[in-house]
Design a protein around this ligand. Sequence first.
Ligand code: SF4
Ligand code: SF4
Length: 160
Amino acid sequence: MNPETHKELAQKLKKENRQFYDKLKKNTPKNLDDYFHEAHEEVFEQTDCLTCANCCKTTSPIFYQKDIERVAKKVKLKPGQFIEKYLHLDEEGDYVLNASPCPFLDSENYCMVYDERPTACREYPHTNRKKMYQLLDLTYRNTLVCPAVLAITRRLQTIL
Ligand code: SF4
Ligand code: SF4
């Protein structure tokens, strides 16, 4: 799905998806993780992130201290210089990128710091994590960013 089509569809389904995630919060199925993980596997088998990169283009991962140290070393900066050049604190007090798209995304959607990328990038879009009931608001918000999360949500809506 191209980013424009995804954006349009995600906006159109915004209310329905919000209601769905609110319902899951109120009445959480026992095997919620299993439902998510199965849908995650199915959707990502058919997803080529290199044709998308919408996450890297539009949102910032959180950079924890370890991430800062690793990525700074990779780009041959001291952690302080790295923060100065690329990061600021958000309203929750977490370090995030100053700008989107991410400065480490190349023109072919490859991550230039892939092996050292932040944990949040490794785990994105978090739909194969444990305790998914804690991530329902985040997952709802990610329907607006990630076509795979939107597809996972559509699948879950047919069974939950
Ligand atoms: S994780 Fe989602 S938003 Fe990021 S590249 Fe893959 S499909 Fe696109
Ligand atoms: S560090 Fe790499 S994976 Fe993370 S947002 Fe930037 S380009 Fe994407």
